[in-house]
Design a protein around this ligand. Structure first.
Ligand SMILES: *Cc1c(COP(=O)(O)O)cnc(C)c1O
Length: 386
């Protein structure tokens, strides 16, 4: 199960698409008619399993939509947020900024609380903004901001939003199914994720778990025909089918991936493996002199950002290619203020792959004639303590 079907495939230590199980890829070796009862059963199973992961059976419904994760985010925003409403977007990275951009393209008013590249939004500041402007009816937050790997303080933010009587939409794309998310306790109108992150499926659809009454009350609000999750939901309920051509093979892969997920022990099993991967990675990188960007309390067991080595000989492109030549794909940084790169720990990765990427990093440093990964002390000194 841990071996790639094609030895030539590099291991993906990225935020998705991920290295998937062979059984998940093999599930796609069939063709389905979208109208057929077998495929409807597959879809119903996937929708039910996704809802159960966040314990939303009693309160929420699962609405999948064709496309990548951002399509599901856009569909959720446009479907749930009334055209006249104003939204507070908490942004500390590319995905929070994308939400603000999506709202602005669809003509929905928003205010952005931007805490920069990787500082967490403070719940007290969120409360201050909401009290100051009663028009802010909705709040959007990214759970794990994959740009830096920071795990934002979701529970505390959700508590503030609920106490102020506003609605919360959570981009849980890179945390869903790995970190605990319990809709019996978390007051969220919607949680959004996609097939190709921690459920370890292949890319092709995203989905939102939406509070049933909220969705029922949102008919006709969407800015888009295709990205209307109310219409999509009604269609699933009425016919068991997707509106418009479904990503049949992707749904079959997701169904298989969800079986493997259950076999691994569900959310707790998966979190245990990802945590082990992250700890092994950070310890190994620190032994090579590298420094993680974030303090331990903000780090996620999803993806870890490291400061680039201080050596003048460091060149990310050459470093990346040297690592890839050894069979591992890492990820560039996405920060504006400091040079960094990222290594993901999600997907079908185990001790062997973490040890393998660490060995590849060591060889890449040798190839670039760099003694170790130690960052420029001036860059380290300039890091905020948080
Ligand atoms: C991956 C991801 C998305 C969606 O990205 P796509 O490229 O559209 O799949 C959105 N938010 C976060 C936090 C993500 O990690």
């Amino acid at each position: 199960m841990t071996q790639s079907a094609l030895p030539a495939d590099p291991w993906l230590l990225t935020p998705g698409p991920l290295s998937t199980a062979r059984a998940t890829r093999e599930a796609m070796l069939h063709d389905w008619g979208s109208w057929d009862a077998e495929f409807r059963t597959l879809t119903a199973g996937v929708r039910g399993a996704l809802l159960a992961i966040a314990h939303g059976e009693a309160s929420h419904v699962c609405v999948p939509v064709q496309g990548s994760g951002s399509f599901a985010v856009e569909a959720t925003l446009g479907t749930l947020i009334p055209r006249s409403a104003k939204t507070l977007v908490l942004a500390n990275g590319a995905y929070g900024k994308r939400i603000a951009e999506q709202l602005s393209v669809m003509g929905r008013a928003c205010e952005v609380l931007d805490t920069g590249d990787y500082l967490p939004p403070e719940p007290a500041e969120v409360e201050r903004r909401l009290r100051a402007d009663p028009e802010l009816g909705w709040v959007c937050v990214v759970h794990c901001e994959t740009s830096s790997g920071i795990l934002n303080p979701l529970a505390a933010i959700a508590e503030v939003v609920a106490r102020c009587g506003r609605e919360l939409i959570v981009d849980a794309m890179s945390s869903f199914a790995a970190l605990p998310l319990d809709l019996r306790e978390l007051p969220a109108a919607a949680l959004i994720a996609s097939a190709n992150k921690c459920i370890e499926g292949v890319p092709g659809f995203g989905f939102a778990l939406i509070r049933r009454e909220r969705l029922a009350a949102s008919a006709g609000q969407a800015h888009s025909l295709c990205l209307d999750l109310h219409a999509q939901w009604r269609y699933f309920e009425r016919s068991g089918q997707w509106r418009y051509t479904p990503p049949t093979h992707v749904v079959a892969a997701a169904a298989r991936a969800l079986e493997l997920y259950a076999q691994e022990g569900g959310q707790t099993g998966r979190l245990a493996r990802y945590t082990r991967n992250a700890e092994r990675l950070v310890a190994g990188m620190q032994a090579l002199g590298f420094r993680p960007l974030l303090a331990p309390r903000w780090r996620s067991p999803i993806i870890v950002s490291f400061l680039v080595p201080g050596s003048a000989r460091f060149d990310f492109e050459r470093f990346y290619l040297a690592i890839k030549a050894r069979g591992y794909v890492i990820y560039p940084g996405k920060l504006t203020s400091v040079d960094s790169f990222r290594i993901g720990v999600i997907g079908q990765l185990f001790d062997a792959q973490i040890d393998g990427v660490l060995a590849a990093v060591r060889s890449a440093l040798d190839e670039l004639d760099i003694a170790d990964g130690a960052p420029d002390p001036a860059v380290v000194a300039a890091q905020p303590a948080f």
